[in-house]
Ligand binder design. Structure first.
Ligand SMILES: [Zn+2]
Length: 105
């Protein structure tokens, strides 16, 4: 297994343990902020809750970051990765964010 694949697996494990606390789904989106931290919304069951387990340096869900890293690994340019993330998740991380994720993992 390549290092990138290992990293992606690790990220997905993080995501799994940090999923929705109501239904366990990993399909979580950002939903603003509350006193306790980041508020997120589960796309499966619709509950919102404070997500204390999110990785502190990430403004985007682990799924988005994992996809970005995967796309970079497939040889896509940073701009192509952004376009793809937008079509899949409706988010547009900055090129520098993607660059940082890529180097971080
Ligand atoms: Zn849920």
């Amino acid at each position: 297994m390549s290092q990138t694949a290992d990293t992606l697996q690790g990220l997905r494990n993080v995501l799994r343990v940090s999923g929705c606390k109501y239904c366990g789904s990993a399909r979580i989106i950002r939903y603003g902020y509350s006193k306790g931290g980041r508020r997120v919304r589960c796309l499966e069951c619709g509950h919102t809750f404070i997500w204390a387990n999110s990785l502190p340096f990430m403004r985007f869900s682990t799924d988005v970051v994992a996809s970005a890293i995967e796309l970079c690994g497939n040889g896509h340019t940073l701009n192509a990765v952004r376009v793809s993330l937008y079509s899949q998740y409706g988010v547009t991380p900055s090129v520098s964010s993607i660059f940082r994720w890529k180097n971080r993992f």
